[in-house]
Design a binder for this molecule. Sequence first.
Ligand code: GDP
Ligand code: MN
Length: 382
Amino acid sequence: MDLYEYQGKQYFARYGIPTSPGGVADTVEEAVVQADRAGYPVVVKAQVKVGGRGKAGGIKLAADAEQVRTHASAILGMDIHGHVVHRLWVEHASDIAREYYASFTLDRAAKLHLCMVSAKGGVEIEEVAATDPDAIARLHVDPVDGLSPQGAQRLVADAGLDPEARAPAAELLVALYRCYVEGDCDLAEINPLILTTDGRVHALDAKVTLDDNAAFRHPEWEQFAGTETFDERELLAKEKGLNYIGLSGSVGIIANGAGLAMSTLDVVTQVGGTAANFLDIGGGANADVMAAALEVINTDDAVLSIFVNIFGGITRCDEVANGIVEALGRVDLRSPIVLRLDGTNAEAGHEILASHISDRLVVDETMLGAARRAVALAGGEK
Ligand code: GDP
Ligand code: MN
């Protein structure tokens, strides 16, 4: 789950990471109340789960209540890269001497945590990585050893942070590491991490992604519920207990097993198509599961064909075939199905399907052949 900036800052505060005093506001008048409380000048910040808010005009400094009103009314309702602003974060403005960057994330290839620090903050870190990779200091952290104060001190020196910023920045990194590990984050990023003109180091922005698999040990995450932004297709799939991930293509995909579902996406892409989703129906490809899967895919207006790719192992193809026939009776599908059914009891499965074959239900023997037909039915190569 991605957090909004204000939620990320609240999460940081639990671990002693310094931020500016502030509060949330959903209306212009609430913004003024929060500004009065935080103390002028303030900064009025759009809360959307997308970067580059500053450049898009979603972050404005305000010297008094009048300016807060002006900026708050301009920012509320603003569309920032497709995200409409419904909430503001208003905090006491900082006097910035320098903008840095700091983050923790998992380096899967190295099987270690990765800390990145740069003296070039405030701009997109991807841009720094592309134009000036040496400006980013990196440190792999072994999860067993953790991040030592000495390691943090070396890293901020390597990154070339200004001498007066190094001690407080190292201390902040140790706190951020605790937040990242104990707080079960997939990502904890501060950009910019600032040095103020009076020599303090604190987080001016917060980008936090929580690891949903750890939700069971974080009752405090309840406070973030209801503020998540969901894909409507994914909501419906979740309701029906399906492993579904929405994508933006035109070929709907149903497969049994995560590996086969991934391969199905690959083969659709390979023959020039685009997948509308990932959907693994697992082992129990019965009528209920099949109907639920087709129903979810059917709500996606972008879908033009549905590729059902089943390989019977423990799952028996005759059961799958019965499931498909029954599901077709229940769901009024907008798009044709291309089915590849192979493995245990495949022949019996095909016999069951024989009388149902039409231009709405096409069977192809191979995965590649079925992918080609599904892509053709979806309008051909993209
Ligand atoms: P982002 O554009 O979505 O990453 O939003 P940030 O929270 O990182 O803010 C973007 C930029 O706005 C920062 O890099 C700062 O230059 C500026 N900014 C944000 N807060 C303050 C503040 O309190 N004081 C000043 N002077 N500038 C700020
Ligand atoms: Mn930022």
